[in-house]
Design a protein around this ligand. Sequence first.
Ligand code: HEM
Length: 165
Amino acid sequence: MNILLVLLRLIHIVGAFAWVGLGGAMSFYIIPATVAAGETGFRYMKSLFTQPGFAMIFPSVSGITTLAGILLYLVGDAASHFSQTGNIVLGIGAISGLAAAIHGGAVLGRTSRTVGQTVVQLGSALSDADKTQLNELTLKLLTQSRHSLILMVVALVCMGSARYL
Ligand code: HEM
């Protein structure tokens, strides 16, 4: 039994599980509830963004999943234990997974940092202009997190099914 391959696959699958789970929770529940709650939601976001490690959780799980995935390609010899169709589908999944990582770093991550910096500076009273700016920023974060989730789900479905094709 190739221990390295088993470990890489385990790290990859657990990382992917955490990444998709966190992305789903943010896209379907946490951000929509923040928008619906208005000022209270923005104050909740302040508490969320000041939680230790919150700012690093997405870069960490997406980085670990992607690195393990790339290493699986390099050392896992997927071509030998997936059919031709399986390898094509695995490839589509890998491209979608890479796109999710790049989008997460270059687009969603930037908006998330802007939201974090803005909510952390929230004073005791919010002007209407503050609320409008935060609402626009949070809706932008919601749209981008859903785009990222779609890419992750395509990766999950493709990779989860590749071995059976
Ligand atoms: C959101 C992103 C991703 C998710 C949810 C995901 C999910 C998965 C899952 C569930 C498997 C296990 C399939 C099985 O054993 O039947 C898998 C395997 C694999 N993934 Fe990913 N993955 C993602 C990103 C990536 C990326 C970016 C790459 C590489 C560039 C990659 C490369 C691989 C490879 C090569 C395997 C096959 C390993 C083997 O059995 O030899 N994955 N992935």
